[in-house]
Design a protein around this ligand. Structure first.
Ligand code: C2E
Ligand code: MG
Ligand code: MG
Ligand code: MG
Length: 280
């Protein structure tokens, strides 16, 4: 895969791969300027308590609108940003903007609950990582206890002792941690053991066919039990049907997120739907 080219130093390509690489290089070139050009934005997806349907938080999700290519999915550009050293700057912006938005909603009379922010492991690197992230939270005067960091792994980055110390310090300030996409990629039992996170998010991959596939159902069941035994709160991603929400609630899953409840949407739509003016 072309993605490996950066790390390996060199790779031999066939024609199809060459096109992919040029494309990557162009995207990276444009992505490096996307932030200052105002092409990045955030949308927010509600997270609801399954038992009551009540809004308990939102997750911020990054969007990139390229002037020629249109919307580029995060699954495409975030791994590029991570591998080419762009994610530190972008990630700090995401954190600052998410906190700013939380505060803006509050000023408009809307308490959304916690703000969940995706953070790549690469953002934990570097001597100033801890200070600059805490600064971003404090500058927005958001209570650290309302921030939840979703630890997102798209590539294996060793959870170093420095990262763990950093996470410990943020935890002491009241920041919560969630292990994202549990059971896929590199988000595994090792992370569960090392991170001592407050929440575990079951990936949509297991939720989507759970009602028809006994194996998936067993995996979800076991994951909820495991997380509960460890004293964690469990969030299920990608809930698209009422029957899935009910089933998950029966297993003891606490929080749900997915199109069944709400799609990711701009901040103004969150205010309209859940704010003081909303019809209930
Ligand atoms: P994620 O953190 O697991 O986020 C959930 C993804 O599932 C989002 O995709 C969301 O739009 C999608 N989703 C939510 N409910 C449903 C549903 O019911 N059905 C289906 N089919 N999909 C649903 P999105 O926004 O494309 O983001 C993809 C991934 O990109 C995220 O997965 C996260 O890993 C990463 N990402 C997004 N924003 C950021 C960011 O600011 N920083 C970092 N480091 N990663 C981010
Ligand atoms: Mg997430
Ligand atoms: Mg997730
Ligand atoms: Mg996921």
């Amino acid at each position: 895969k072309a993605k490996g080219a950066g790390r390996a130093g060199y790779v031999y390509f066939d024609d199809a791969m060459t096109a992919q690489v040029q494309n990557d290089a162009e995207l990276i070139h444009d992505l490096a300027r996307a932030l200052q050009n105002g092409q990045l934005s955030l949308v927010y997806q509600p997270q609801v308590e399954l038992a009551s349907g009540r809004l308990v938080g939102v997750e911020s999700l990054l969007r990139w609108r390229h002037p020629q290519l249109g919307d580029i999915p995060p699954g495409r550009f975030i791994p590029l940003a991570e591998s080419r050293g762009l994610m530190t700057e972008i990630g700090l912006w995401v954190l600052a903007e998410s906190c700013r938005q939380w505060h803006a909603w509050r000023a408009q009379g809307l308490e959304v609950g916690h703000m969940a922010v995706n953070v790549s492991a690469v953002q934990f690197k570097g001597a100033r990582a801890y200070e600059s992230m805490l600064e971003a939270v404090e500058q927005a005067s958001m209570p650290p206890g309302m921030l939840e960091i979703e630890f997102t792994e798209s590539a294996f980055v060793e959870v170093s002792s420095e990262t763990l110390r950093w996470i410990g310090m943020l935890s002491e300030r009241g920041v919560h941690f969630a292990i994202d996409d549990f059971g896929t990629g590199y988000s595994s039992l090792i992370m569960l053991r090392q991170l001592r996170a407050h929440k575990l998010k079951i990936d949509r991959e297991f939720v989507k066919d759970m009602l028809g596939d006994p194996n998936d159902a067993a995996i979800v069941h076991a994951t909820v039990s495991l997380a509960k035994t460890l004293g964690m709160t469990v969030v299920a991603e990608g809930i698209e049907e009422a029957a899935q929400a009910e089933y998950l609630m029966g297993l003891g899953c606490d929080i749900g997120q997915g199109y069944h409840f709400a799609r990711p949407m701009p901040a103004a739509d969150i205010l309209e739907r859940y704010g003081p003016g909303a019809a209930r």
